[in-house]
Write a protein that binds this ligand. Structure first.
Ligand code: FES
Length: 79
């Protein structure tokens, strides 16, 4: 199964003080979709810092590339 998710955020969301684990300390939730520790931020969002507005990027195997558009194929199966 492949899942394509469009995300535009370039940094994490820190939780409120009441959400913070006393043992782990500060926790940030990933909003860029690149974290290897999803749903928690692992700093991978730094790769998005120089993205241009209006450009679509694909991140795959640690590499970033620009794409003209994303095409998906409907395989005709119902969910
Ligand atoms: S916001 Fe996604 S890795 Fe930090």
């Amino acid at each position: 199964m492949t899942r394509l998710v469009e995300l535009e955020e370039q940094g994490p969301r820190k939780l409120d003080a009441s959400d913070i684990d006393d043992e782990k300390g500060d926790i940030a939730v990933c909003r860029c979709g690149l974290s290897d520790s999803f749903p928690f931020c692992d700093g991978s969002h730094r790769a998005t810092i120089d993205e241009d507005d209006g450009t679509t990027y694909v991140y795959e195997d640690g590499e970033r590339r620009e794409v003209e558009r994303v095409v998906t194929v409907d395989d005709g199966e119902d969910e």
